[in-house]
Design a protein around this ligand. Structure first.
Ligand code: SF4
Length: 222
């Protein structure tokens, strides 16, 4: 039977990309509350600032474009914001307040850079779609990732495998959070573009699993 989380237990949906990129990075940010901007995250923020315009709704022909849409899923235990949800006129869609006809929702996520080899962005978009499905009681078969570097929309099909990846990641995130567990450093090529490398990698020599422990040791030694 699928478990349902309570509102107090919801974790940030955007964390799923950190978790799939590196579980330690996710734990440092979401359990230990460590964060350090690097050029990549600043660039990403600037791109999102152009997208984030709360309460903005635009209509183009038979498409209603809604930005910064809050979403939540109690089966995933995640909540967050969709950059954009497009509602396209369709007889298979849902009714929208104050609008004639029926509309199908499609989530669109904006990313800096270009498509990645691992499905971290796809998983984040799929988690948004699962939230919308739960909230609107409709199936959402696909969405789009828009990349700042290529300036192209890439279609993403929400396959069973991708949905399983999202549910598995969300379950693990909740298990780590419940234990307050930060995995040890496991250096990989991901570390080269990691915004937390300067905080995380000094621990390599210390062989400790917690940044808090590292900082405490530094203070004690000062
Ligand atoms: S530096 Fe490497 S191990 Fe540490 S959080 Fe970043 S990606 Fe993970």
């Amino acid at each position: 039977m699928t478990r349902e989380y309570t509102p107090d237990e919801l974790l940030p949906l955007s964390g799923i990309q950190h978790f799939l990129f590196c579980r330690r990075q996710w734990a440092l940010i979401h359990i230990e509350m460590q964060w350090q901007d690097n050029a990549l995250t600043v660039e990403g923020k600037q791109l999102h600032e152009r997208v984030d315009d709360p309460f903005f709704v635009e209509t183009r022909r038979d498409v209603i474009i809604s930005r910064s849409v809050p979403v939540a899923s109690y089966t995933l235990g995640l909540s967050g914001i969709c950059d954009v949800v497009e509602f396209t006129s369709s007889t298979e869609g849902i009714r929208l307040p104050g609008r004639e006809g029926f509309y199908r929702p499609t989530p669109i996520e904006y990313k800096r850079g270009h498509p990645k080899r691992d499905p971290v962005d796809e998983a984040q978009l799929c988690a948004q779609a699962i939230c919308l499905e739960e909230m609107l009681a409709i199936d959402i078969p696909f969405g789009y990732l828009y990349y700042g570097e290529t300036r192209r929309r890439e279609p993403v099909t929400f396959t069973r495998e991708l949905r399983q990846l999202v549910y598995q990641a969300a379950t693990e995130m909740h298990a780590y959070m419940a234990r307050g567990y930060t995995p040890r450093v496991k250096v990989s090529k991901a570390c080269r573009s990691c915004s937390l490398a300067a905080i995380c990698l000094p621990n390599l020599q210390e062989k400790t699993s917690s940044v808090k422990t590292y900082i405490r040791q530094q203070i004690e030694q000062a």
